[in-house]
Design a protein. Sequence first.
Length: 137
Amino acid sequence: MIADGLKVIPIKHEQDVVWSRQQGRDLGRELGFGLVDQSRIATAISELTRNILRYAGEGECRIRPVQDGERVGVEVVCEDRGPGIADIQAALVDGFTTRPTSFGIGLPGTRRLMDEMEIDSSPGAGTRVVVRKWRKQ
């Protein structure tokens, strides 16, 4: 059984994005993920935490090991109290963006990098994104 190992990182500044990314990569390494999957985890965390800064200004990233039977993985929860996502389905389409300076690859790219993704958001109430990556057996 996996010990709790929860890491809670407040996201308020660019260096928090870097720190959370490193924490995810380190946990992946500790759990036996290969280099490619460590990079996928780190990139997903980077995308989600940058969204927190870009759209909400601040929030929180929680990273922890998870286990489901024999499966071992990394779970990342990124949460903010920003403006929320008006249309989650549209936000998951490649190229969709609400900012003219964005490429619109954040959420769709994150979904492709990870094995599981859940989004809970509503306008004015913030956003909570949960992603999981499972170690290959």
